[in-house]
Design a protein around this ligand. Sequence first.
Ligand SMILES: NC(=O)c1ccc[n+]([C@@H]2O[C@H](COP(=O)([O-])OP(=O)(O)OC[C@H]3O[C@@H](n4cnc5c(N)ncnc54)[C@H](O)[C@@H]3O)[C@@H](O)[C@H]2O)c1
Length: 280
Amino acid sequence: MRDPRVTRVVLIGAGRMGHAMLVGWLRELRPSHEFHVVDPGVCDAVAALRKRLANPGSLVHYASAQDLPDDLAADVIVLATKPRIIAAALQAMPKPTALNAVVISVAAGVGIADIQQHLHGNLSTVRVMPNIGASVGYSVSAGFADASTKPDGRVHVELLFQAIGTFSWLESEDQLHAVTALSGSGPAYVFAMCEAMIMAGIEQGLDDTTARSLAIATVSAAGRLLENCPDPGLLRETVTSPNGTTAAGLAVLGKENVLERLVWQTLDAARQRSISLSNF
Ligand SMILES: NC(=O)c1ccc[n+]([C@@H]2O[C@H](COP(=O)([O-])OP(=O)(O)OC[C@H]3O[C@@H](n4cnc5c(N)ncnc54)[C@H](O)[C@@H]3O)[C@@H](O)[C@H]2O)c1
């Protein structure tokens, strides 16, 4: 007999993003939630997570959505596969599993109307764009629910995504393309900047270990400072002595707005790719 106080979450896809969310949820949301993970390829990773749990029954793995029990009565279904897999995964799911569930897709690009075409019945469907910070409780997530989403569906979304970082609602589904470009993909831009700082440090005379640890700690310190003072311009000024070293470096980044233009083009390329993924 199922305990009505326990929220049943089916997670379809436990790759990089699904696993990051699962790690955060297992840490923050038990015993009030249990997790049913569908993924043909993450047996060892789920087994490793189960080993750490006092109650391993709160995490169950299935190789296919077809294997989900008919009487599971999921409260939430989270779609975290590549966009092109979504249709097949949804169609494989036994009908009764999802009768009253809210469906949350974290897939880039794929619209609510497209997801609903592949659902058995008229389920509330919400889109959320989290980021990889989820595994350390630092996901930045934003979501959109249309007017048909029931209040308890919204509550499930808020609970899940606030548990792994910050969450905010968007006014329109279209905004998710820009969110994906900014905060969904964003960690990768910062990591790329960090890699470039390491490379430049090595080329300018530091050994690999020193350059790596200095660059990583610098990015980490900048993040911590931003948490306490959400004004990057002000923080930039505190580092920049008139006519000093930072001013010399920033002059290069600011020349003909090179950094601004590069970042604009970067986000725009990611946003356009998100739009093109709509046709999955
Ligand atoms: N990686 C990120 O930082 C990030 C951030 C935000 C959103 N997303 C979104 O999350 C989704 C997954 O991205 P990812 O980077 O985790 O990809 P991934 O390739 O790491 O993970 C996808 C997982 O889906 C599994 N899978 C394949 N077929 C399946 C099926 N039929 N049923 C269930 N699972 C199946 C794969 O085995 C894999 O583990 C994408 O739609 C992406 O847009 C990713």
